[in-house]
Write a protein that binds this ligand. Structure first.
Ligand code: SF4
Ligand code: SF4
Ligand code: FES
Length: 537
């Protein structure tokens, strides 16, 4: 293999060696030196137009833009010299010439690059006595609002639409200080399935999400890294919450899955995470039909007894898994079901008519399977039933031990599983079918617990809890682990990491993986990694 050619330089006295062609801004990043920038974005072309990244290179006649200048052998680069600082300060003064003092009412406040850089090294007072330009707001269609007064004309949004979404909807109109971003047609970005990304990459508050508008100040948000459960692509995301409610979803960088992007279907499809009407206590239905709320321990003892009786009567098991819940949840329940006797493990999931690919990063597509863990359930050995709406196909439950997970029975009629030998629902909400269960046990959603999904190509990815669980809800893997321990006199896994390790007992494909090896970017299941190495599609 040919050796990569490298070049060496120093940046603020720190020696750096980087592959030939590396730009100064990237080399600085490698050694932890952030260079101020607006128009540069690592996933877009670099027009070098904002001039915020000017740095001094010894021997060069003038400052150079770090975003487009490749490192040359022996270069001495200074980002904090007087000329570089003066250039940035001058630039900031120009940007603020027309920028409104909107920070108190701007959604970007707290994560705005104009605010940050001005705070770091801007002038304490403006010197302009001229009135500021006033352009007002424009509805760009879809979820996007444009505030022209705040725009610093970096053109990231225009380049995203042209290069990544590849649907030319935005352009720069007018010239000089009258320049604004505008849409070509009245419908603007409406209908573009990835348009929401322009709000993320706008360095200031010029592009706003209507959905998030004035909902929260960003410093009031808590956040957790997660994986979008909207489809089987498994985009890495960050879930921002306030007062235990999800406020917004944003993409998290993973070059192997979604780069810096996510689709609007996933981004805006979070209302269910805040849904009310959750089951908060274990519920036990007596033979006379009376329902009583229980503490976990008596509920578990009663369920273990009931399971033992049903097993003694040789009742077969029907396990209905959920592709919206983790491998840990579904896998531990599968282990329990298999320990009880002959087991039919099924799941249902909605499927869209087609995929929607992001043209500039075709690795990312809104996949047909509209749930985050369809591939995980298939890998574990669950059988898919039902139609493309994720409905129908439920087998006869009579005389079986029926265990249903999450919202798996949300659409089932009230009488479903009425003839079951034993019906236990580890549920989020009491749907008509679930309400008739002998045991209704409150379990967490994928937003309230730690766990993993397997995406469409067999990549196992971790997610972390973003919300507190309601009432007494517990992760389903924990409930299944306790029941297993009750049935087999073993020990339940103490945490999600151990629950994940125990998946290898149910399914060999998970062998060799652990939370440590998955890290924050995930790893391929052994079988998919082997298929890939063998050149299979
Ligand atoms: S709207 Fe935002 S991303 Fe677009 S040019 Fe203006 S500042 Fe840049
Ligand atoms: S492509 Fe799928 S996983 Fe990614 S954001 Fe959209 S719905 Fe979520
Ligand atoms: S980031 Fe270099 S000129 Fe804009």
């Amino acid at each position: 293999m040919a050796e990569t050619q490298t070049v060496r330089c120093t940046i603020n006295g720190i020696p750096v060696e980087v592959p030939t062609g590396t730009r100064i801004i990237e080399a600085a990043e490698l050694v932890g030196l952030g260079i101020a920038h607006y128009c540069y974005h690592p996933a877009l072309s670099a027009p070098a137009m904002c001039r915020m990244c000017l740095v001094q290179v010894e021997g060069a006649p003038k400052l150079v833009p770090a975003c487009v200048t490749p490192v040359a052998e022996g270069q001495v680069i200074l980002t904090e010299s007087e000329p570089a600082q003066e250039a940035r300060q001058g630039n900031l003064e120009f940007y603020l010439q027309n920028h409104p003092l909107d920070c108190p009412v701007c959604d970007k406040s707290g994560e705005c690059k104009l605010q940050d850089y001005t705070h770091a090294e801007g002038r304490r007072r403006g010197r302009s006595a001229e009135p500021k330009r006033v352009l007002g707001q424009d509805d760009f269609g879809g979820d996007i609002l444009y505030d022209g007064d705040r725009c610093i004309m970096c053109t990231r949004c225009v380049r995203f639409m042209r290069e990544i979404s590849q649907s030319e909807r935005l352009g720069v109109v007018q010239r000089g200080s009258r320049s604004i971003i505008d849409t070509f047609f009245d419908f603007g970005v409406e209908g573009d399935p990835f348009a929401g990304n322009i709000v993320d990459i706008c360095p200031v508050g010029a592009l706003l999400s209507k959905d998030f508008l004035h909902k929260a100040r960003v410093w009031d948000l808590d956040g957790a890294p997660s994986v979008c459960p909207g489809c089987s692509q498994g985009c890495n995301i960050r879930i921002d919450t306030r007062d235990n409610l999800v406020m917004r979803l944003r993409p998290r960088l993973n070059p192997d899955v979604n780069s810096y992007w996510m689709c609007d279907y996933g981004r805006l499809g979070y209302e269910w995470m805040n849904a009310e009407g959750r089951v908060t206590r274990p519920l036990l239905r007596e033979t006379n039909g009376e329902v009583s709320a229980q503490a976990w321990q008596p509920a578990m003892v009663a369920l273990v007894d009931a399971l033992k009786r049903a097993v003694a009567a040789s009742a077969p098991v029907l396990l209905i898994g959920s592709p919206m819940l983790s491998n840990e949840d579904n896998g531990l329940l599968l282990r329990l079901a298999r320990a009880l006797g002959p087991c039919d493990a099924i799941f249902r999931s909605s499927r869209a008519a087609s995929e929607i690919t992001l043209p500039g990063f075709p690795m990312l597509a809104r996949r047909r399977d509209l749930a985050g863990n369809v591939r995980g359930l298939e890998t574990l050995g669950f059988r898919r039933v039902g139609n493309d709406a994720g409905q129908g196909g439920l087998p006869d439950a009579a005389d079986r031990i029926v265990i249903a997970l999450g919202d798996a029975l949300a659409d089932a009629p009230p009488g479903y599983a009425g003839e079951a030998r034993l019906f236990a629902a580890l549920a989020h909400a009491a749907s008509p079918a679930v309400a008739a269960a002998r045991f209704v046990l409150p379990v967490t959603t994928c937003v309230e617990a730690e766990g993993t999904f397997v995406n469409f190509e067999g990549r196992v990815q971790r997610f972390w809890p973003a919300l507190n669980s309601p009432g007494h809800a517990r992760p389903a893997w924990q409930v299944a682990g306790v029941l297993l321990a009750g049935m087999e006199a073993g020990r339940a896994p103490a945490d999600a990491a151990r629950a994940f390790l125990s998946l290898a007992d149910v399914c060999e494909a998970f062998a060799g993986l652990s939370y440590e090896t998955l890290g924050t970017r995930g790893a391929r299941l052994r079988e998919s990694a082997m298929l890939e190495a063998a050149g299979s599609p």
